[in-house]
Design a protein around this ligand. Structure first.
Ligand code: ATR
Length: 290
């Protein structure tokens, strides 16, 4: 067990709720294994207290923070600097201490990028369909555009939210790359190309393990690859439906792990080894299999 002493640097997560987060496990595991003197804990912060909390964290010499729901956008006002893609998305999940204040990053998208790289999936020129139009969908749509995907379709129960993301992406990149539709309009919107599907809605999340945002089997015949950002359960109904049509499917556990690793690397200016990443991944997987 690592010793906490006068030189220990504090890291933490602000959000509400925070008690079920896996982030303390991820960051304290890496610190232990790499013998880096940091400790990571959670801070439950109410909506009206976000700016005060960040100011206080800086005054307390806290090395870095993660930010989760519902504060990922509100926190931006408290930053001294922001990474351009995080600014475009309008959501930050990692604060890195600098001389001027905290700089904001979005390691959720770095996490997805690293997961896709790991699985040998390159988004360039690909046809992508994103299911859901919440905060995660917005970040992923920007990532796809940034990686020069050929086409991005956002399907959502509420059309206006999908349209808003598509408009934002098209305006930001100055081209008509993204379009929107309702969930049942996939058939008319998706072309004959094979799509990479990224599932970002909350449908299928534990304990609703048997639900998928699109249950129509026909949809899955249009895919060449399916990625769910849900990791609990490890195999979602969306993944099962994709696999039933012979489509390779991945869960969101690597995305979660890599968003954490990317943040820890930024805070400590280090690189986590491939070996440690594999070890950490096995530990995380075991938590859900137990
Ligand atoms: P996050 O910020 O994590 O992406 P969110 O903003 O709560 O999460 O978004 C949840 C997504 O799941 C939304 O796209 C939501 O659809 P609506 O925009 O129509 O609300 C989608 N979702 C949640 N429950 C759903 C359901 N029963 N059927 C279809 N979509 C659903």
């Amino acid at each position: 067990m690592r010793k906490i002493d006068g030189k220990t640097r504090t890291l933490g997560l602000i959000g509400n709720p925070v008690e079920h987060s896996l982030s303390p496990f991820i960051h304290n595991y890496i610190a232990d294994k790499m013998d880096i003197n940091t400790v990571y804990t959670t801070f439950k912060v109410e909506k009206d207290d976000v700016l005060t909390a960040v100011k206080g964290a800086y005054a307390l010499n806290i090395l870095g923070m993660n930010v989760t729901v519902p504060h990922k956008s509100a926190v931006i006002e408290a930053l001294s600097d922001i990474e351009p893609l995080a600014k475009a998305i309008g959501a930050v999940n990692t604060l890195v201490r600098t001389k001027e204040g905290y700089k904001g990053y979005n390691t959720d998208i770095l996490g997805l990028k690293r997961e896709l790289d790991d699985e040998g999936i390159c988004l360039k020129d690909e046809h992508i369909v994103i299911l859901g139009a919440g905060g995660a969908s917005r970040a992923i749509a920007f990532l796809c555009a940034d990686e020069q995907a050929g086409e991005i379709i956002i399907l959502n129960r509420t059309l206006e939210k999908a349209q808003d993301i598509a408009d934002n992406v098209n305006n930001y990149y100055g081209k008509n790359i993204a379009s929107a539709g309702t969930l049942d309009s996939y058939d008319t919107i998706m072309t004959d190309n094979k799509y990479i599907a990224i599932q970002t809605s909350s449908v299928g999340l534990y304990p609703n393990n048997n639900q998928a945002v699109i249950e129509d089997e026909e949809f899955y015949t249009k895919l060449k690859c399916a990625v769910d950002i849900i990791y609990n359960p490890l195999e979602t109904q969306f993944m099962k439906l994709a696999k039933a049509k012979g489509v390779v499917a991945y869960n969101g556990l690597k995305m979660l792990m890599y968003q954490g690793i990317s943040a820890y690397e930024l805070w400590n200016d280090i690189k986590v080894s491939e070996e440690l990443i594999k070890e950490l991944y096995s530990c995380l997987e075991r938590q859900f299999n137990e």
